[in-house]
Design a protein around this ligand. Structure first.
Ligand SMILES: Nc1ncnc2c1ncn2[C@@H]1O[C@H](COP(=O)(O)OP(=O)(O)O)[C@@H](O)[C@H]1O
Ligand SMILES: [Mg+2]
Length: 281
């Protein structure tokens, strides 16, 4: 009940709808209109997402938190075009998403590097798969590796890298073809706390330097507040929008911001959504 009262306090469905309709003709960012997903299985239907309406601005850092199984990964697959929605439509830069599109880089929870390719070869994988001119992208791959502190590791095989280094390589792989949008599904879930904090700082710097639109899923509320321009809180499955919070903390942010009363207050507010629900992932 507690969660419900907070939800009614903070959710303004009308505002979400207005966000979408005000943007008719706006071709930037990501727009979801009535997007729902029900998996059809042999054992029956599994409603996974209720109809969702929201807009992510171009260049925005947008973070989604929600209980385990509420449909977060499903949401990411719908936006990336890996899955079709059951109803509604996803627009990316004004174009309806009907199949995987080239404007997106995806980072999954595990780095998923190919063990037989060295670091540079793994980063170059999207270029090889898209048959883009290799020579033209090699410099870009190298400068991305520099950006995440992996210079000198280009020739190493994945097993020669720590988990954090592998995940940084996978971020370079998602960026190498210069997608305008990064979709990240719990990218730091498998990392130790210190590496995770370093990766947060690094990701924020990359996003600022490259001006990407980022949608990141996490089960860490402090991580969400630290990174985000806005945090979308989801209900339990079938997932709906419980609330969307603006994060009023100035940028650039350092880890010190976590001691800011505005930071801790927002973390607490978001945490309250989950008191009477299942735990986060
Ligand atoms: N391919 C599928 N077929 C049937 N049900 C699925 C499939 N993928 C996910 N689900 C179900 O949909 C719900 C949401 O899954 P998911 O998006 O992976 O949640 P989350 O990422 O929030 O943990 C879960 O209950 C899950 O069991
Ligand atoms: Mg998931």
């Amino acid at each position: 009940m507690k969660a419900a009262s907070i939800v009614s306090e903070t959710v303004q469905p009308a505002a979400h709808l207005r966000l979408v309709s005000d943007r008719a003709g706006d071709t930037s960012g990501i727009t979801l209109s009535g997007v729902s997903k029900t998996y059809r299985t042999r054992d029956g239907d599994v409603p996974s997402l209720r109809p969702l309406d929201f807009h992510i601005d171009d260049g925005e850092f947008f973070v989604v938190v929600g209980p385990s199984g509420c449909g977060k990964s499903t949401l990411l697959k719908l936006i990336s075009g890996l899955l079709p929605p059951t109803s509604g439509e996803v627009l990316v830069e004004g174009e309806k998403v009907t199949a995987p599109h080239g404007n997106v880089g995806i980072v999954f929870q595990n780095a998923l590097l190919l063990p037989w390719r060295n670091v540079l070869g793994n980063v170059m994988l999207p270029i090889d798969m898209k048959r883009l001119p290799r020579q033209q992208y090699l410099d870009r791959a190298r400068s991305l590796l520099n950006l995440v502190g992996l210079e000198g590791f280009e020739k190493k095989l994945p097993w020669q890298l720590s988990g954090g280094m592998q995940q940084r390589a996978s971020i370079c792989r998602a960026l190498v073809h210069d997608p305008r949008i990064m979709l990240m599904d719990e990218p730091f879930g498998a990392l130790d706390a210190l590496t995770r904090e370093r990766m947060n700082v690094e990701l924020m710097r990359i996003q600022r330097e490259t001006r990407k639109t980022v949608l990141l899923i996490t089960h860490s509320i402090p991580e969400a507040v630290f990174l985000a321009d806005r945090v979308l809180v989801m209900t339990e499955r079938p997932g709906a929008i419980a609330a969307i919070y603006d994060v009023p903390l100035p940028r650039p942010r350092s880890l010190d911001v976590m001691a800011d009363p505005a930071f801790t207050e927002l973390v607490q507010r978001i945490r309250k959504h989950f008191f009477s629900q299942g735990s986060l992932d």
